[in-house]
Design a protein around this ligand. Structure first.
Ligand SMILES: NC(=O)c1ccc[n+]([C@@H]2O[C@H](COP(=O)([O-])OP(=O)(O)OC[C@H]3O[C@@H](n4cnc5c(N)ncnc54)[C@H](OP(=O)(O)O)[C@@H]3O)[C@@H](O)[C@H]2O)c1
Length: 326
């Protein structure tokens, strides 16, 4: 089979598109014929060895994908050959076939094509887990989303709206803010040219944001914490800007703010039932038209390396989906 392979942790440019052996399912596993795999920022971190999870070498990146079950290992009962599925595998999706534990599959929801299915579980799952379970975002509250035109960012904009919040999008250009507005953001702040804290205060009658979701970190993090309301929550989701910020804790004390960590991939292992409930909610919102996976680019496997490099260099918006044909 054709696969984009990582043979050693290092620069993304070292990935190679090559022929790899077809995988076989072990007990409890399935082989999925991958039809679409979306890119997520952690895919770029994993191949560089800069992520908390390091797969055994060699491997294909590609954490989430959709496809068709091709073969079953011993003891697999809840899926059948020919089923259309979505999968969060952590890696392995940028290949024509992927072997993974059957427990990591869900049926492809009704009304969703393979590309949408591939761009659903990770970003929307993270957004709902962060906003509802961790921050307990409530109707009428103000939510500030950083990196609001990115994968997690746009999902947080839509999930925030579905939970009844007023959503302020923050991103680095007018076109990014337009995309966030098309996905429901009520207001936008260009943090490349505007003072983030000042603008949040102006947009919230001086109160600040009740909840801040930050997948970016870097230079915006402290400004965003300073823009968080009295007893508001600041969600640490990721560090796409590269630098892991250090925060003065007096900013937490003086406004009784809550600094909250989010680690969706670990939470779904520890709390699988809660994860399934989140998925049911997300699929219901999708079928009501309230969630629209923001696919901005569709490329073939031969262009996946280039797209991954652009993603790591702040050069994509929304979700890039790699389509692998029938
Ligand atoms: N904690 C969790 O459970 C969890 C789950 C999923 C993902 N994550 C993390 O969330 C972050 C976002 O993931 P994603 O898939 O949404 O990524 P993405 O689609 O690439 O979006 C990241 C956004 O970060 C901003 N950014 C600022 N500086 C950047 C830089 N130097 N390079 C790249 N982007 C930069 C960009 O927006 P602007 O240009 O508008 O600033 C970009 O749209 C990653 O750090 C990822 O590891 C965490």
């Amino acid at each position: 089979m054709k696969a984009l392979m990582c043979h050693a942790f290092g620069p993304i440019s070292d990935l190679r598109l090559e022929q790899a052996p077809d995988p076989l399912p072990g007990p409890g596993q399935v082989v999925v014929r991958v039809r679409a795999c979306s890119l997520n920022f952690p895919d770029a971190l994993i191949v560089q060895g800069r992520y908390q999870v390091k797969p055994a070498l060699p491997f294909s990146p590609g954490a989430e994908f959709a496809g068709v079950v091709e073969s079953l290992g011993e003891g697999v009962r809840h899926v059948r050959v020919g089923d259309a599925v979505v999968a969060f595998a952590g890696h392995g999706g940028l290949a024509e076939r992927c072997v993974l534990d059957a427990a990591r599959l869900l049926p492809l929801p009704a009304g969703m094509d393979f590309a949408q299915g591939a761009a659903f579980v990770l970003t929307y799952g993270t957004a709902l887990h962060a906003l509802r379970r961790i921050a307990e975002l409530r109707e009428g509250q103000t939510l500030l989303v950083l990196g609001a035109a990115g994968g997690v960012g746009l999902a947080a904009v839509e999930v925030g709206k579905a939970l009844g919040a007023r959503v302020i999008a923050a991103a680095s250009s007018a076109s990014r803010l337009e995309l966030a507005a098309r996905h429901g953001a009520d207001a936008g702040i260009d943090y490349a040219t505007q003072d983030l804290r000042q603008r949040v205060l102006e947009l919230s009658e001086g109160r600040g944001a009740d909840v801040v979701l930050d997948p970016v970190g870097g230079p915006y993090a402290e400004k965003a914490l300073r823009a968080t309301a009295w007893r508001g929550s600041y969600l640490v989701v990721g560090f796409a800007a590269g630098e892991i910020p250090r925060m003065p804790l007096n900013l937490v004390l003086l406004q009784e703010r809550r600094l909250l960590g989010v680690y969706w991939g670990e939470a779904l292992q520890r709390e699988p039932v809660a994860h399934l409930r989140d998925m049911e909610q997300l699929v219901a919102w999708f079928s009501e038209g309230r969630l629209r996976p923001p696919i901005t680019e569709r490329v073939g496997l031969d262009a996946a390396l280039d797209a991954l490099q652009r993603m790591a260099a702040r050069g994509v918006m929304g979700k890039v989906v790699v389509e692998l044909g029938a």
